[in-house]
Design a protein around this ligand. Structure first.
Ligand SMILES: [Zn+2]
Ligand SMILES: [Zn+2]
Ligand SMILES: [Zn+2]
Length: 297
């Protein structure tokens, strides 16, 4: 098995909303793709969520479900804590992923995926590699490694699943916060419409539209090419001294928005804007609660 390539990408969930007869649906799915290699969970919308072991099975099942229920959709399984993503800085760009895999195995780490990152501005390979490790108890210890082969390296936990990349809740763009937004209009994170997200009338099962790339996903989707670009811009920045970067993580310093100068006046909001922001906050909280409840099912 190769350490690179698409077979290591997470397999998304298939979600069939509003299922009338789950027993029948699952039985038909078993006839279609076989009794093993997938499992099901229930969803809040009275639907069934399928998760397959292999991409082949996923594709076959998706085709079957879409034929049967036109409202079938797929959902990224990025939030599954199955892999531990790190960033290694300081290896020559020509270093082979298999060599990195071999070297890290000697420290007890299993590499699932390894990729050299391309600089967004230069469009050339960098000295930075993104590595996904199998989720294990020793994952944190990898940060103590400062040498791979003859290279002096800097290893950091990837920020992909944390909120260091700021996203504005008003205009949905990256690298600034709502309170620093210069846009006059609200943009919806669900449908890209010119209204605030709390007032969106998009039905839950309808595909979103991204305000940043125009793609068929909501603007907070971590698979969005614009989000990935913001992330890679951050990841390919020259490495910071290790101690400092850990402190920054702990203090959750917004690394990408410049610090507000001391004594600088905060932006003033009028009452209407404050109310709108409050509404968004309440809506986001509700969404978060719902998402949390959904994961409990
Ligand atoms: Zn903004
Ligand atoms: Zn909307
Ligand atoms: Zn997008």
């Amino acid at each position: 098995m190769s350490a690179t390539g698409n077979q290591n990408q997470p397999i998304p969930y298939i979600i069939v909303p509003n299922v009338e007869n789950a027993e029948k649906l699952i039985k038909m799915a078993e006839i279609e793709v076989g009794k093993t290699g997938f499992y099901t969970t229930t969803t809040k919308s009275d639907g069934i969520r399928f998760k397959c072991d292999t991409m082949e099975k996923h594709k076959a099942l998706l085709e079957f479900c879409t034929k049967l229920h036109s409202s079938t959709f797929v959902k990224s399984s990025l939030h599954e804590p199955k892999r531990y993503r790190i960033i290694i800085k300081g290896l020559h760009s020509s270093t082979s992923p298999d060599w990195i895999k071999y070297k890290l195995a000697a420290h007890g780490h299993t590499v699932l995926y390894c990729k050299n990152l391309i600089g967004q501005k230069s469009q050339t390979p960098t000295n930075t590699f993104r590595v996904d490790l199998e989720y294990k108890e020793n994952n944190n210890e990898i940060m103590d490694i400062n040498k791979i082969g003859t290279y002096i390296v800097n290893i950091e936990k990837s920020i992909a699943h944390t909120s260091i990349i700021k996203q504005c809740h008003k205009c949905q763009k990256f690298n600034h916060q709502t309170e620093d937004c210069k846009s006059r209009e609200f943009v919806c994170y669900k449908c890209a419409g010119k209204h605030h997200s709390a007032e969106c009338s998009k039905p839950r099962e309808k595909e979103g539209k991204c305000a940043n790339c125009g793609g068929n996903h909501i603007a907070t989707y971590q698979g969005c090419p614009i989000y990935k670009e913001a992330l890679e811009n951050y990841e390919t920045q020259p490495s910071t001294p290790k101690k400092q970067s850990h402190n920054q993580m702990n203090n959750a310093t917004p690394l990408l928005s410049p610090p507000r100068p001391k004594n600088a006046p905060r932006r003033q909001y009028d009452l209407l804007e404050q109310l709108e922001l409050l509404k968004i906050f309440e809506k986001n909280l509700k969404d978060l609660n719902e998402a949390h409840r959904e994961t409990q099912n």
